[in-house]
Structure formats: C-alpha cells, structure tokens
Design a protein around this ligand. Structure first.
Ligand code: GAL
Length: 687
C-alpha cells in the first residue's frame, strides 16, 4: 500500500503550534490557552496524544465531552487540529485485562505498565483495540472542519522498538516463513552450518534472546527487519481504518529524526506527510550539523515534498542527563533551519509546560511563568515573524548532492557482535560524510541506494555493508550517465543474507570502483593511521583497508604510515561519463573535507574555499523564486557574500553583495529563480 498521491493538509500558512494536553488543565485554562495561542500566531495543535484513558474510561465507556469542547474552543479561535488517534499508550484497564500485550525484553522480562508505549507491536489484542480506537476517533471527529491531519500513535519505537515476547516470537516465525519460504530457505539464509544451528521445525526458531555467546548475524539482521516491519504493520492497521472512514484527510506519524530502529523509507510510503521530532542539544555548539542531516532525510523520504517539524523544544528538554536551556535566539535559528530544509512550519512539544508528571521540567511555548516566561515571549515573537515567510510554503529544497541511507546496512553493520571492528559506526560515518559536505556549503538530500538519482551530480555512500545487484546497478548507471559516486569503507561486503560476496568486498561494486579489498585493517582504539593527499597528511582513525587497485583506477591518496604505507587509500575510476571514488578508510574531519572537496570538483559542483561551520545556506524554490536561507548558528558574527539586490523576507529591504549576520542571525533572501541554486560563501572582504 504505497501512497502515490499524498493528500494535502488544509492549512494555508506555515504551521505553528505544539502538542496540546488540555486534559492536564481545568477548563477555564483552555480559553486562556486559545487567547495566548492567537497572540503567538499558533494555527495548529496536536492532541490528544496520550489521552485514551481519559477518553475511554472503562471498556466501551467513552467520555468524549471534554474533547468535543476543546476542539470547539480551538476551532472558534481559528486553530486547526492535528488529531491524534490517542493510541500512543494503552489504558491501564486494557493492560490488566490483557497482560499478554505487554512487551518483553531480550532477557525474557516483561516490561511493566507505568510509563507509556506499554504494548508489544505484534500483539493481536493491541492491534484490535487500536483499530477500534482509531475508528471511534475517526467517526466522531473526522468530519470536523478543525481537523486537518491524523497523528497516528506517537513516535513508534521510541521506548519499545523490539519485543521478545511469545507473540512476537510467533510473528517473527511467520515473517521468516514469508521471507525464506521454508525451513531449508531459512537454514540456508542463516548459514546455520556454522556453530551447528540447523532448525528442523519452526517452533525451534526464536528471536535473538540473550544467548550463550555471539548470536547468528543473519538472525540478528532478520530480527531488525522484522521488528521494523512489525511496527509498520501496526501503523498500517490504523491507517487502513482512517483511510476507510476519512479518505480525504492526510495521515502522518511523527518520526524521530534519523532513527536506527525503523526503516523510515517504508513508513513514509504509507503516510501523506512526513513529520519529525527533532531535539538538537543546545549544549552542543555543532548540533545544527547532524540536524541538517536529519532534515535532509525528512524532505527526501517523500521525494522532496515539504515535511513538518512536529516537535522541538522551546528551550530545555528533560530526558538528557543534563538539560541545558536554549539561549535567547537559539529556538528561532533552530526553527528557521528546519524550515530552510523544507519543513512547512515549526511546532513544539509542547504548548503549555506541565506542572506534574514525567515532563514537568521540559520547556514549552508557555512556560511555568505563563505569559511572562521567556519561552512565551520568544515563541510568540517568532510566531509573528514566521508570517513573513508565508511565500516559502510548498517550495522545495534545491540540492545537487545526495547521501545514501540504507537501513539494512545500518542494522547489519551494527547488530552483529563479530565484525572486524565494532567502532566503524554506520551513523557516525554518515554524519562525518554529511558534515564534510555541509562544511563545504551543500545541503545534502538522502536517497536509497537504488535511487532515484535524478537531479544529483554527486551521490555519496558512506557505508553500504549490505549490497545487492540492484543497488550496484543503480549506482553504476548513475555514474555512467555522468554522475560522481563516492563509496565509503566496508561497503559491498555482504549480500542481504549477510553472506560475503564471492571474492569479498566490494562485491557487486567491484567493477564500478575498480578496486578489491584484500582485508579490512581496523585501527586500534586511541591510534590513527595516516593518509597523504596532494602532499598533505591526514589522520585515519578507527578503520583502514588493504586495497588492490586495478589499472583502470587511479590512486587519489595513499596510506602514509604503518603496514599499509604506500598502498592506495582513496581511488577514482572513470565510469561512462562519470566517475566512482572509493575511500578505504574512516578519515578524520579535515581529510574527509579534502576528499569531498575533490569529489565535488569532479562532479562540477562548487565548494567553499574558506569554511565556517556555523554558516549554513539552503535554498528552497518554487517555479519563480529562490528562497535562500542564510543562517549563522554560531556565537560570532559572520560576513557572507550573497547575490546583490535580493529581498530579505525576514529583515525587509534588499541586501547584498555583503551580508553581516550577527550571532544566531538569519536572512531569507528572495530572488528570481536562477538556473543554478545560489551558492553562498563567506565574504572575501570584511569591509
Ligand atoms: C518526544 C515525544 C513527546 C515528548 C517529547 C519530549 O519524544 O513524542 O511526547 O515526550 O519527546 O521531548
């Protein structure tokens, strides 16, 4: 059930607002809420995410009255509703009637009620009840004009992404049977002759519980795939009901940025709108860099269609060990960053700060001090300012660079306990590669390894541990047609059953890359090897490889120390009208930036000569206009060169050719759409 024509959300402005939990407050407060929401420019709220127990107080006994009234109060105030199906957490009465729906951990311990998400994703009881609740919500509120979006469940997998209970075990077996056909297929795929694991009956097959030693890696990988699919099935249970009752209303479930446990490519296929919850750590001065990767993924999950930042913090969160508030101006620049990257709005968790419960120290738009709280002053000011950005709604980010995100490779290279090194880290590599391109001035999209690659000049593949022929063929076709591909270490290693490709890595990528990996050569902790690139040395910590380059491949950089001294480290092979690079090491940041600089040049793309990692520029465009967001994430002034005479939607008036951005300063430049997206650099002159 893919969703080829996403249903649009009926909201004629950028979305602004937050999670609203009116059931935590007396009714008089709701009226004050709406008054203040209007003052803050709020036009959309998400509710009632965790309210099932307040809506169905005992089996079949519904208390709709309060929610009816809240929706009316909001509607009267002109505020739209992102209506949750309220299935993010089960009522206690349901759990006590059906304790078998509680999830188990890998040690076989049942997880108790007392937090949220207390359900096994595979539980038939839970599935039956969420379908019932979604139907009840849809039948009661689906026609209400205030309701513009379905918010299914909440952050699938946040607390319980994997379950090892007997029901999950049975579901896993059914899933395996569908994937592998029969036990012979399973035994072959899992390579059971190693360590004597042959199965002769399905009942013998279990999810990977804690075992005596390292577990079969294909069993682990299949369990990751299955667990993501189990939650996807659960999502579909609700989506099917909602589509039946309210076929016009768009559906979303809020994602958790770049999240290991769920294959978001597959989730996004089902929904109409991608929504994301993003919590960059204000204590990390570089947090905007991985945030840009998250947002690149979010806009790419539905092929560039605008997405929505559904949750962020107005200031501090309450779930880190140390929860640092956002300095004045930080919430604004963080919000603008998401919008720059294609979000059609900026929303928060939550509207009014709780006074009790697990999240009472989590900030909100309206803090404990109410109207006098700094978070209200800042969010209200930003809500008003946001109206100036109305023209960017619907515009799409222009990017010529894409980074391959592949959940199989992420799972395969991190679930197993028997790898050349446990240190490579799929996400760390993806972030490092993205970070280098970000530093060089590019907004990076995400893409599947099979594409589509249309519109890109450069596709980078930080890690593709699990590779099949379709992926290799797609990448080769992209290069043949003139694209530049850069592939990172430990790629093309195994097929989808985790069997090493004949002849070893890079398997089906061998022809394209023109190299063979004789052996991975991981680097001991605390040490680093060196590579030399155009006479300059750079560190290669964590991972290196013994590479044999074919005569067709040229050597771009060589190792410059240790056993691999003089051997190829980075290679390039021309392929058709394009080229394929291989980077056989995990490089420290400076080296990676230099490799990416050369790859960008090879792809005919610009790169910033001088780098300031706090400067970010992203262009969204519609048919007529380029909207270039120029953002200073740092605490120092940045002077940038921009096209002369562009209109600044935020500041008003025209700017250029120099633009001075104060700490946390931003401009959104509107100019007629150019053939190439504007490329913003630091100004050469400081005058
Ligand atoms: C999200 C969740 C919200 C709230 C928020 C706090 O993970 O969806 O309900 O808990 O975190 O940061």
């Amino acid at each position: 059930m893919t969703n080829a024509t996403p249903r649009p959300m009926r909201l004629d402005a950028l979305a602004y607002g937050g999670d609203y939990n009116p059931d935590q407050w007396p009714e008089e407060v709701w009226h004050e809420d709406v008054r203040l929401m209007r003052e803050a420019g709020v036009n959309l709220v998400s509710l009632p995410v965790f309210s099932w127990p307040q809506l169905e107080t005992s089996p079949g006994v519904y208390e709709w009255g309060w929610l009816d009234r809240v929706i009316e109060v909001l509607w009267a105030g002109g505020i739209r509703v992102d209506l949750a199906t309220a299935t993010a957490t089960p009522p206690a009465w349901l759990v006590r009637r059906h304790p078998e729906m509680l999830p188990w951990d890998a040690d076989g311990r049942r997880l108790e009620f007392g937090s949220r998400q207390a359900y096994c994703p595979s539980s038939p009881v839970w599935r039956e009840h969420v379908a019932r609740m979604a139907r009840a919500m849809a039948e009661r509120y689906g026609e209400h004009p205030a309701v513009v979006l379905w918010h299914v469940s909440n952050e699938y997998g946040d607390h319980v992404a994997r379950c090892w209970c007997p029901e999950s075990a049975a579901h896993f077996r059914r899933w395996l049977e569908a994937r592998h056909g029969d036990l012979d297929g399973l035994n072959e795929a899992w390579g059971v002759n190693v360590w004597g694991q042959r199965y002769t009956a399905w009942e013998q097959v279990e999810p990977p519980r804690r075992a005596t030693g390292p577990i079969n890696p294909t069993q682990l990988l299949d369990f990751e795939r299955f667990s993501s699919d189990a939650l996807l099935e659960l999502f579909r249970v609700e989506v099917d009901v909602l589509r039946e009752v309210t076929p016009e209303l768009p559906v979303t479930t809020n994602f958790m940025s770049i999240f290991r446990e769920l294959d978001y490519w597959r989730f996004a296929e089902v929904e109409d709108l991608v929504t994301d919850d993003a919590y960059p750590d204000p204590a990390d001065p570089r947090a905007h860099v991985p945030a840009a990767l998250n947002y690149g993924l979010m806009r790419s999950l539905k092929g560039g269609q605008p997405w929505l930042l559904l949750e962020q913090a107005a200031s501090a969160v309450s779930w880190r060990d140390v929860n640092v508030p956002k300095a004045p101006g930080r919430m604004r620049i963080d919000s603008l960053q998401a919008i720059a990257h294609g979000s059609d709005g900026a929303m928060f968790f939550q509207w009014r700060q709780a006074r009790y419960g697990q999240e009472k120290f989590h900030s909100a738009m309206l803090g404990h001090r109410g109207e006098r709280s700094r978070s209200f002053r800042e969010t209200a000011a930003f809500g008003r300012e946001l109206q100036r950005l109305a023209p960017v709604k619907g515009a799409r980010v222009r990017s010529r660079v894409a980074l391959v995100v592949d959940w199989d490779s992420w799972w395969g290279s991190s679930a197993a306990e028997s790898l050349p090194s446990q240190r490579l880290g799929w996400l760390a590599q993806a972030r490092a590669w993205h970070g280098a391109l970000h530093a060089l001035g590019h907004a990076v999209d995400a893409v599947r390894a099979t594409g589509p690659f249309d519109g890109y000049d450069l596709v980078v593949v930080p890690n593709l541990y699990v590779t099949d022929a379709a992926q290799a063929d797609a990448l080769a076709a992209f290069a043949a047609a003139g694209g530049t591909v850069v592939v990172g270490p430990f790629s093309g290693v195994v097929d989808p059953t985790e069997t090493v490709h004949p002849g070893g890595a890079p398997g089906p990528l061998r022809e394209l890359l023109g190299i063979e990996v004789d052996e991975p050569w991981p680097v001991p902790d605390g040490r680093a090897e060196r590579i030399e690139l155009d006479g300059v040395g750079y560190d290669a910590p964590v991972w290196t490889e013994w590479i044999e380059a074919s005569p067709e491949a040229s050597v771009v950089a060589r190792f410059a120390a240790g056993v691999l001294d003089g051997r190829p480290a980075v290679t390039r092979r021309g392929h058709g009208d394009g080229a394929a690079w291989y980077v056989g090491a995990a490089l420290a940041e400076d080296g990676l930036v230099e490799v990416m600089r050369r790859a960008l040049a090879d792809a005919g793309l610009p790169a910033r000569d001088r780098i300031d990692r706090d400067l970010e520029a992203v262009t969204r465009a519609d048919d007529a206009t380029d909207f270039t967001f120029v953002l200073n994430h740092g605490d120092h002034e940045v002077v940038v060169a921009v096209p002369d005479g562009a209109e600044d939607l935020l500041g008003g008036g025209t700017v250029g050719p120099r633009l001075v951005l104060p700490p946390l300063g931003a401009a959104v430049l509107a100019a007629p759409r150019a053939a190439e997206p504007p490329f913003v650099t630091l100004s050469e002159t400081t005058e």
